[in-house]
Design a protein around this ligand. Structure first.
Ligand SMILES: Nc1ncnc2c1ncn2[C@@H]1O[C@H](COP(=O)(O)OP(=O)(O)OP(=O)(O)O)[C@@H](O)[C@H]1O
Ligand SMILES: CC(=O)C(=O)O
Length: 385
């Protein structure tokens, strides 16, 4: 089976025309990220995706630490700037400017003081922002920004050296399982920040309870591998056995394993081998075409990453996140993936590009042109020798 695409839906892609395009270009699953948006919006978008013929995945947030609501939409921190990180206050307690004595206050959805010590680095927004801890108090952390960058609402917070103790199923997970799952009945439920097999059992119980009155429906469970504990030998095999599909969730994995960023490609290799050995389908996720959030063409490194996922790892699915949720070029991202998948499948076939069926049904016109060009080049080369 050729690799298929999963697209995360958001403002950039939640309309019938884009979803139809996705369907026609190798997208099989539409992912709704439970960490963002409200239930009513997810219901609306789920209907559009189903109407376009896509399967649904509901991705549960799990105990992922995130920033709270950042009121100042243009907030930017600068290198060396002092910030305070503290548990998000309720609406009426909020300081409208998010500032105290001119120090930027960053609200966080969970208290993280107990998991932090002086000189630890706190990573925000997939590590795009880094803060060094200067002082830890009972209810807040004083830190300094190590680089410049915008601070946005609900971006992820990672503490690779901290020991986080947040219950696996959060209030938000329960709300989505009880109020959204029975309505949209997604084919897949993805679960975040799983540490061990007990977490999966707890999720399955919660789902069973929410579906007591619904017969003939139970979702397939996708376990996202994104924590160091999940890849320990005592956990990883059990987790793979207990799941219907594995997601190599490289965004958080990169910051939850140390040395940060470095281990991901190695872990990817090991997980791919394990999944293949156990015949478990798997997804390779995150930042495959990240630069295409703002640019219509990918970097060479991204194309190589895509090649690795499709050609070397032979992933069952590759996933787009911000690229299709909030990016400027959701269709171009899907086209890029679709074309590489089909180029791989057909580039060795002698009749490539001349088959009408191939041209009309699968690859975008641009790829056909490229493949034809490649064939011409080959011919020229052969003739000149
Ligand atoms: N339904 C949505 N509405 C608005 N913005 C969204 C929505 N879904 C995703 N986004 C935006 O796209 C970004 C990337 O999406 P993605 O699903 O990868 O989320 P994430 O915050 O990185 O978390 P996760 O670790 O769950 O993937 C989010 O950070 C958010 O800014
Ligand atoms: C997809 C996701 O959650 C991650 O890469 O962290």
């Amino acid at each position: 089976m050729p690799t298929k695409i999963i697209t995360t839906l958001g403002p950039a892609s939640s309309n019938p025309e884009v979803l139809q395009y996705f369907k026609e270009h190798s997208v099989e699953i539409a992912r709704l990220n439970g960490s963002h948006g409200i239930i009513e919006e997810h219901v609306r978008v789920a209907k559009l995706a189903v109407n376009a013929g896509l399967d649904l995945m509901l991705d549960l947030p799990g105990p992922k630490i995130r920033l709270g609501e950042i009121d100042d939409k243009s907030l930017v921190v600068k290198t060396g700037e002092k910030v305070i990180i503290e548990k998000e206050k309720r609406k009426k307690e909020k300081n409208a400017l998010n500032k105290e004595n001119h120090i930027v206050i960053l609200p966080c959805q969970f208290s993280i003081e107990k998991s932090t010590k002086i000189n630890d680095i706190i990573y925000v927004d997939d590590g795009k922002l880094q803060f060094r801890v200067l002082k830890v108090e009972a209810n807040r952390i004083h830190a300094e920004a190590l680089n410049n960058g915008p601070v946005k609402t609900h971006k992820g917070v990672n503490l690779p050296y901290g020991n986080i103790d947040i219950d696996f199923l959060t209030e938000n997970d329960h709300r989505l399982i009880e109020n959204l799952l029975p309505i949209i009945k997604p084919k897949y439920v993805a679960t975040s920040f799983v540490k061990n097999i007990d977490d999966i059992h707890r999720l399955k119980n919660a789902i069973r309870n929410a579906l007591l009155n619904i017969k003939d429906y139970y979702p397939e469970i996708i376990v996202k591998i994104e924590m160091a504990e999940a890849i320990e030998p005592r956990n990883v095999t059990n987790i793979i056995n207990e799941s219907d599909m594995i997601m190599i969730a490289r965004g958080d994995l990169a910051l939850e394993t140390t040395p940060v960023h470095i281990r991901v490609p190695f872990i990817q290799t090991d997980l791919v081998q394990l999944c293949q050995k156990k015949k478990k389908p798997f997804i390779i996720a995150t930042q495959i075409l990240e630069s295409m959030i703002a640019c219509p063409v990918p970097t060479r490194a991204e194309v190589s990453d895509l090649y690795r996922a499709v050609v070397i790892d032979k992933a069952n699915y590759i996933m787009l996140s911000s690229e299709t949720a909030v990016g400027l070029y959701p269709k171009e991202c899907v086209t890029m993936m679709h074309d590489l998948i089909h180029y791989y499948q057909h580039s060795t076939i002698e009749s490539i590009g001349s088959s009408k069926k191939f041209a009309s049904e699968t690859v975008s016109k641009r790829t056909i042109k490229t493949i034809k060009k490649r064939k011409q080049l080959k011919t020229i080369k052969a003739e000149s020798f």
